[in-house]
Design a protein around this ligand. Structure first.
Ligand code: GLN
Length: 441
């Protein structure tokens, strides 16, 4: 643990505060002395992990990589993180991310950009970029990220590790700073399917503090090799054939399909909504929800307050000085689509498209056991380029956001040389996703 703490300090872009050092070392010593006495220890006891800096963890700052909350100390610990601590795992670092989860490159952060683990000239991806890089570089054994529209899966793909967005509601969101509450998910990143499975089992389950959670049956690790039930795999032919697809990503994806066919599994083309519809529906709803969630940040209860002549002025100055350009774009956009005269035409229409996405998926999964897709249509941009064109950044989320809107379990697996493959199953069938990943390993 000491070695990992040292490495994290030398590569500080992935980490955002070091309040955890003495705590982590103390806990590691306690595990060491248990081992020395010949006592048995649990599977996660002494295992160091990272926490995206949007999760409350008592004794640390939770900044959401923002100026607003730079000095904000967590008042309590998030349910998922507490369960890991109770199982003996040791949080060693709070991790850099895009501010409030807003971004796909991890450049929208007061701590600076995170460099890609494979090629430091490229972005790490986002918003959980620090978490993906820490796992890829073995600074943490696993990390806990948040995925609203791809933030665990996309950086996992960019850096060559596994990253799971479980079924919505499988893991409690209590203590995860809300971005878009109807798609926010807690998700582990790790270097193997087994590790993902162990962490998922530890943090899943009903939580009275999050009424959208449900009780799930733990996944038996031994069941991961039972892949016999998977007979048919579908893929979105219309999205793959799109001109915007990077040729190397398409080639990698087609190779994976060939590999699957060679295993005797049937591969079926599916016709899904186009990328523009998926991306606009997601961003309308995500912006509306984030505008509403972030309205609580006005300097009166939390974060950095800037005083002015009167209260209204103080709210305005506090919000305009403390939010990043990207977050402001989303708050303004979100309030616009929710406002009178626009909400029927834009917001309600997006909710209707979202319903269609859910019914489409129900139909697909009557026919196929798994849906496969690339994680992104393009390769990671260079550091410095990601934020230049917001529209291009939003469109880079074309493959991840549909599964978020559908609330489906989806895992990124590192495959080939490009940005990874996503495995999706029907709602609550997270086990099948992990089984299929095992088959690809
Ligand atoms: N890139 C997407 C967005 O900016 C997803 C982010 C996330 O999942 N937190 O909204």
């Amino acid at each position: 643990i000491q070695q990992r703490l040292d490495l994290l300090k030398q590569n500080s872009h992935g980490s955002v505060n070091s309040l955890l050092d003495s705590y982590a070392l103390e806990r590691a010593q306690a595990v060491d002395s248990k081992i020395a006495k010949g006592e048995s220890i649990g599977l996660l006891e002494g295992i160091p992990f990272g926490v995206k800096d949007v999760f409350m963890l008592q004794g640390t700052y939770t900044t959401a990589s923002s100026t607003f909350l730079k000095q904000y100390k967590s008042a309590y610990t998030a349910s998922a993180i507490q369960k890991l601590i109770d199982a003996g795992a040791i949080p060693i670092v709070k991790e850099n991310c895009d501010s409030f989860g807003h971004g796909s490159s991890n450049e929208n952060s007061i701590f600076g950009p995170v460099n890609n683990a494979k090629d430091s000239a490229l972005v790490a991806g986002g918003s959980s970029g620090g978490s993906a890089v820490n796992v890829a570089k073995d600074f943490t054994v696993f990390s806990i990220g948040g995925d609203t529209g791809g933030s665990v899966r996309q950086p996992a793909g960019y850096n060559g590790v596994y990253g799971l967005k479980p079924t919505y509601g499988r893991i409690s969101r209590y203590g995860l700073m809300a971005y878009a509450s109807s798609t926010d998910c807690v998700g582990p990143l790790a270097k193997s399917v087994e590790d993902i499975c162990i962490v998922l089992n530890t943090i899943s389950g009903k939580d009275v503090k999050d009424q959208t959670t449900y009780e799930s049956v733990p996944i038996d690790e031994a069941s991961l090799s039972h892949t016999g039930g998977i007979k048919t795999v579908g893929y979105f032919k219309n999205l793959i054939d799109n001109d915007a697809m990077d040729p190397s990503i398409k080639a990698d994806f087609m190779d994976t399909l060939d590999k699957i066919k060679a295993k005797g599994i049937e591969v079926k083309p599916l016709d899904f909504l186009d990328a523009d519809t998926l991306v606009s529906t997601y961003y309308i709803l995500a912006m509306a929800e984030t505008a509403s969630n972030l309205s609580r940040l006005d300097g009166s209860n939390y974060g950095n307050r800037i005083s002015a002549e009167n209260l209204i002025e103080s709210y305005a100055v506090t919000r305009s000085e403390n939010f990043s350009e990207e977050s402001k774009r989303r708050i303004v956009g979100g309030n616009q689509v929710l406002s009178q005269g626009f909400s029927d035409a834009i917001y309600l229409k997006s909710l209707a498209v979202r319903d269609k996405i859910s019914t489409d998926f129900e139909r697909f999964f009557d026919d196929v056991d798994i849906v496969l897709s690339p994680v992104t249509p393009g390769i990671p941009p260079k550091v410095g380029d990601g934020l230049k064109d917001p529209m291009a950044m939003y469109l880079s989320d074309a493959f991840t956001v549909g599964f978020s809107l559908g609330q489906l379990p989806t895992l990124t697996v590192p495959q080939g040389t490009a940005t990874g493959i996503q495995i999706t199953a029907a709602k609550t069938d997270d086990e099948r996703v992990l089984q299929f990943a095992h088959l690809l390993e």
